[in-house]
Design a protein around this ligand. Structure first.
Ligand code: ZN
Length: 372
């Protein structure tokens, strides 16, 4: 492979996620798109997609991690375009819609119904292709699903979340949501009106055990218990390419992610070494535990959020990374915000224990070159 590359771009998706991954070599660029941010980030999101070279719109994989608006709205907007006008041409689409969840349990969410209708009508053959059209889910036992993207020279994705229990919980939530709304299938104008932010978070108090270097106070503040069913249904995975790796954690729950990571460890191995982690849930303290910091050995930590709505990232989560990382960490932010700028000054001192990367002043979005 001549001059392989692997880059992770956090697009300016406001308080949400939109991740653009490129890999390949001098001969060809491959791409993965994870989520599309909220609807009001559509201008920036679509502008990035429009920068694809003419005649080369192929995307190996489109992942819609879960149904929350800060991840799904941009994709609904995108797929609502006539297929001939899609700025991308996905080879496979990973999304757990009502039907996939129902097949697992017996249970569907509102935004999810919109997206399901779109995929069903416009890209049915590309739906969860790697999973035979069924749910993207971690099985209760046996090996974690490993997907080698076809014809791409080596990108391997290992599924970490959701598990069956998280999908079942989402199914119940979905059914509850569906009971509350009335919508004619295919009436997308009505669908847009209903696309309002329904994200809710209910932090609990449970805490797992973790590394010694986190103070008792900090441990107490890392809740690690995000009660959102939608977040718990997040598709999260490990991506490995040309010797480089990144954990893409969506808004997944740490118990699920950590349980999967443990299944990946070889006997006697106590941690997973990766190059980068896209932090779960925009750096919420509800989606980070000392257990995770103990299980993962990484250099780069990515925080996707402008701080709107939930003031992410939480200071406790950033501090836990700085104190708990097993190597000197570099923190990557796709915006400068009042909620992340505070970390810059200490990172620039002579004896800094961590480094920071921000977009240039006045700009948003950032690219981590894992391999360039
Ligand atoms: Zn989110």
């Amino acid at each position: 492979m001549a001059h392989p590359f692997f880059t992770v771009e956090m697009l300016p998706a406001r308080h949400g996620d939109a991740l653009w991954i490129e890999f390949g070599d001098a001969g060809r660029t491959r791409r993965i798109l994870i989520d599309g941010g909220p609807l009001h980030a559509w201008p920036e999101f679509s502008a990035r997609l429009d920068r694809l070279p003419a005649g080369d719109q192929r995307v190996e994989l489109l992942v819609i991690t879960h149904v929350d608006t800060d991840h799904i709205e941009g994709i609904v907007r995108l797929l609502a375009l006539p297929r001939a006008k899609w700025p991308i041409e996905p080879m496979d689409i990973w999304f757990n819609g009502y039907r996939q969840i129902a097949a697992q349990t017996d249970l569907g969410g509102r935004e999810g119904e919109f997206l399901s209708a779109l995929i069903h009508r416009r890209a049915y053959d590309e739906w969860n292709h790697a999973f035979g059209g069924k749910a993207v889910v971690v099985p209760g036992k046996g090996a974690l699903p490993r997907v080698a993207l076809p014809d791409d020279r080596g990108m391997v994705l290992t599924l970490l979340s959701p598990d069956k229990a998280k999908l079942a919980t989402m199914g119940r939530q979905w059914r509850k949501d569906v009971a509350q709304w009335e919508l004619d299938p295919g009436d997308l104008d009505a669908a847009w009106v209903q696309l309002v932010d329904e994200t809710k978070f209910h932090p609990g108090a449970e805490l797992t055990l973790g590394p010694e270097d986190l103070t008792a106070q900090l441990r107490a503040q890392l809740k690690g218990t995000d009660a959102s069913a939608a977040n718990g249904s997040s598709i999260a995975f490990l991506a490995e390419y040309a010797g480089k790796s990144c954990l893409f954690l969506a808004d997944a729950h740490m118990k699920t992610v950590c349980a999967s990571i443990r299944r990946l460890l070889a006997p006697g191995q106590d941690r997973l070494r990766v190059d980068a982690v896209k932090m779960a849930h925009h750096g919420s303290r509800n989606n980070l535990t000392p257990e995770f910091m103990q299980l993962v050995d990484a250099e780069h930590f990515l925080f996707s959020s402008n701080g709107d709505k939930f003031k992410h990232p939480d200071a406790q989560a950033v501090e836990a990374v700085i104190r708990g990382a097993r190597r000197k960490p570099t923190l990557w932010f796709n915006y400068r915000s009042p909620f992340n700028e505070r970390w810059e000054a200490d990172s620039r001192t002579a004896h800094a224990t961590y480094a920071t990367r921000y977009p240039p002043h006045g700009e948003a979005g950032i690219v981590l070159p894992l391999l360039a």
